[in-house]
Write a protein that binds this ligand. Structure first.
Ligand SMILES: [Zn+2]
Length: 418
């Protein structure tokens, strides 16, 4: 039998980075994500799950029928994403297992790449444990291949143990990291009554509050003319772009906020004197404040246009996802099941914290598939210091197995009628 660690290492080596600039209409954003889809479908077939398949948009689906006597239990979905973030290269990932004895972790002696304990104090929790790490030159991709590894390992073990369970629906998605992971998810074909993404950090912490999220592109139309003869004529789009940004609250950026504090994040800026564009993401857990933030960006454009003429600043905003708690608060039993499964897996005090981001589950919840997030044991996502503790990965497998155990599901959720 495989182990969850073997799986994580195997999946981490598959280059499946997504790409911000492929355009909104193309899914998947990179063809290489099909390499993960094909591998997972092959492995699911190998486990005897013949219905496993991927579609032309690179979504993988598979279903385990309920075992005899468990047909009336609700169908539970398990979802993870196959892509890794474009923010740090995920090519040629060379995972290594390091026995952590405390202090700094030398990831790469040759290149002197060290994960410093002072910078990552939570390492302290894992003294004496094995960590799956990178060689310091790439990300690990535990976000979210640890989630995939945990799900598939749990499935393999359930099948091997002939454990009873209700219907289980598996979904693996592309392009989560560019905010498109759930865009083409086939909710009705998936067939789950509710679901969980496994796409998070510390194995003791689950999540059901996400940001409300929008992307705003601000275009500044300037007027370029030879600098030698441009007095009272040139309108330098680059300078006006800086003016625009200065109208937004300077302390409401990712670098100055935490917890439930929202922000404006200038993600990219391009341009010349003639024309400049700025790409922002806007985030807030609170729906009212989220709307106010978007309105503030429009107001800033109005102000620029008063100064420089109509049409100088053009704002194009589209919402990306919403805080799933707005919907989940009426279905607290789904969160209770998550917490009980974590306790059954040996986590004494499961916690939940507001996620400062979104998940596939945010979008799916608004498409009608309630979908909070379970932890998947990855730490320091999106960078070279990403790691996953082996013990935590194993706890993740136990959590998933408990989550679908008939006793727990029937006690907390109940059986379906009819
Ligand atoms: Zn993720």
């Amino acid at each position: 039998m495989d182990t969850v660690v073997d799986r994580l290492i195997r999946y981490a080596k598959v280059y499946s980075e997504s790409d911000y600039h492929a355009g909104r209409t193309v899914t998947p954003s990179t063809d290489r994500q099909f390499d993960m889809a094909k591998l997972l479908v092959e492995e699911l077939h190998g486990l005897g799950i013949e219905n496993a398949r991927y579609d032309d948009k690179c979504y993988v689906y598979a279903t385990l029928d309920a075992t005899p006597g468990c047909e009336q239990l609700p169908a539970i979905g398990l979802i993870a994403h196959m892509d890794t973030t474009p923010d740090m290269t995920g090519k040629d990932v060379k995972p290594q297992i390091i026995h952590y004895t405390g202090g700094d972790v030398v990831l790469n002696r040759e290149q002197n790449i060290v994960m410093e304990a002072a910078q990552f104090p939570e390492l302290q929790k894992f003294v004496g444990q094995e960590l799956v790490c990178t060689d310091g030159t790439t990300l690990l991709g535990a976000d979210d291949k640890a989630g995939i590894a945990i799900i598939l390992q749990a499935v393999e073990e359930l099948l091997a143990e002939k454990a009873p369970h209700g219907k289980i629906c598996l979904g693996f998605t592309p392009d989560e990291e560019i905010g498109m992971g759930a865009s083409f998810f086939d909710v009705s074909g998936f067939g789950a009554d509710f679901a969980y993404t496994l796409d998070g950090g510390d194995i003791t912490d689950y999540e059901y509050e996400t940001f409300n999220a929008a992307k705003t592109v601000v275009t500044i139309n300037g007027f370029s003319i030879h600098p030698g003869t441009s007095k009272d004529k040139m309108r330098n789009a680059l300078l006006i772009a800086m003016e625009y940004n200065a109208l937004l609250p300077a302390l409401e950026t990712p670098a100055h906020t935490e917890g439930y504090e929202g922000f404006f994040h200038l993600q990219e800026m391009h341009g010349k004197a003639e024309k400049a564009t700025m790409e922002y993401i806007v985030r807030d857990h609170d729906m009212k404040r989220f709307q106010e933030r978007k309105a503030m960006m429009d107001k800033a454009a109005e102000q620029i246009n008063r100064r420089w003429g109509d049409g100088t600043a053009v704002v194009d905003t589209h919402d990306q996802y919403y805080n799933m708690y707005e919907v989940l608060k009426d279905h607290m039993e789904i969160l209770e099941l998550a917490e009980s499964a974590m306790k059954a897996a040996g986590i004494e005090h499961p916690t939940h914290s507001p996620i400062r981001g979104g998940t596939d589950g945010s979008v799916l919840t608004y498409k009608g598939l309630l979908c909070p997030n379970l932890p998947s044991a990855g730490h320091n996502a999106h960078g070279r210091y990403e790691y996953a503790p082996v013990e935590s990965l194993k706890t993740g497998v136990k959590t998933v197995k408990a989550l679908v155990s008939p006793e727990l599901v029937e006690t907390i959720i109940g059986k379906k009628e009819g």
